[in-house]
Design a protein. Structure first.
Length: 63
């Protein structure tokens, strides 16, 4: 088999008992509001910092 072997018994009886009470509500933790960031840095300084972070990350990938 090209995709690895598996136990065929695992492929039988895949009935799962589910309950609506056990489900996750995706809208339970919705956030409505705004986020603001106050900084004294200029756009250029922030772009330079991002470039530095990316360069550091690239250096770590090489090791």
């Amino acid at each position: 088999m090209g995709f690895g072997s598996y136990d065929e018994s695992e492929q039988q009886d895949q009935n799962v008992d589910t309950s609506e009470n056990d489900s996750v509500t995706v809208h339970e933790s919705e956030f409505e509001g705004s986020v603001e960031f106050d900084t004294e840095a200029t756009t250029g300084e922030l772009v330079d910092k991002l470039a530095d972070i990316k360069a550091e990350d690239g250096d770590e990938d090489e090791n």
